[in-house]
Design a protein around this ligand. Structure first.
Ligand code: GLP
Length: 262
């Protein structure tokens, strides 16, 4: 796992965006895995600015979202259909036909999950998966004790996750109780993983993910199984890492061929 400790939250976004724009310039029809939440917003902002000002062309990129709430109509402003369209697809100029989100209102959620896995398999593998991490260590909506072998499926949201996401809704009662999420096994199938985290509230989860035991109690620790995972964090999110000096030293001494920050 490569750990990058960035000087600011904005720098986290800039570094992660560099990895993605390098990929898209090389492979304009790359398959990207996209995440919702506050953490990746700086990435999308930076990419959108490159689309506007630096000739980055995302019109052939395919995107697969990690997850969706069950029961929220796609048109609801907080459905991940809406969030991905607002924060990613529109600003980056993706073709709506190339943007995929699990069907949270499907009459048969299990069949919708199978169909989502089929779509990813058909288009994939996902070349680069963007990830955030929940305060309880979840990635996607794989809550603690999710199987490392899990595939896209219906999950019950942890009370902490519902409370964390209540800020996007009028009240806690409005936050759905269930979701469809890519499994940890699905996420691990991506060729590259780039996880970003900012702020002190993520420090425990980041330390558990990077330096803690491999355990389903911290679903993010599944990244330890992946051969090409990069974790980009700001100083507060890195504050509980025991080996932070080593990660800084490693990054400062990266050989040129491993650099991605332009
Ligand atoms: C959300 C999403 C995750 C996200 C995480 C952290 O609910 N399902 O994909 O990474 O929780 O969210 P945030 O970045 O807003 O802290």
């Amino acid at each position: 796992m490569q750990i990058v400790i960035a000087g600011s939250a904005a720098e986290v976004g800039r570094l992660a965006a560099a990895k993605i724009s390098n990929l898209v310039r090389e492979r304009p029809d790359a398959v990207l895995g996209v995440a919702t939440g506050s953490s990746p917003l700086a990435i999308y902002g930076e990419l959108a600015s490159q689309v506007r000002n630096k000739g980055l062309d995302c019109s052939a990129v395919q995107a697969f979202a990690l997850d969706e709430y069950v029961g929220l109509p796609a048109a609801h402003p907080e459905s991940y259909h809406s969030v991905i369209r607002r924060e990613v697809a529109d600003p980056l100029g993706l073709d709506p036909a190339n943007v995929h989100v699990p069907e949270g209102t499907a009459a048969d959620p299990a069949a919708a999950c199978e169909e989502y896995e089929r779509l990813i398999a058909e288009a994939g593998p996902v070349e680069l998966q963007i990830l955030g991490i929940g305060a309880n260590g979840h990635i996607g909506f794989n809550e603690p004790t999710s199987s490392f072998a899990s595939r896209t499926r219906i999950k019950t949201l942890a009370p902490q996750t519902r409370a964390d996401n209540a800020r996007f809704f009028d009240s806690l009662d409005d936050v759905p109780t269930h979701c469809l999420t890519q499994g940890l096994g699905t996420i691990l199938d991506a060729r590259r993983l780039v996880l970003v985290a900012q702020g002190e509230g993520k420090a425990n989860a980041v330390a558990a993910m990077v330096e803690g035991p491999l355990t389903s109690m911290c679903p993010g620790s599944a990244l330890q199984l992946h051969p090409d995972a990069t974790v980009i964090v700001d100083e507060p999110a890195a504050s509980l890492l025991q080996l932070s000096d080593y990660y800084r030293y490693t990054y400062d001494n990266l050989p040129d061929w491993q650099r991605f920050d332009g």
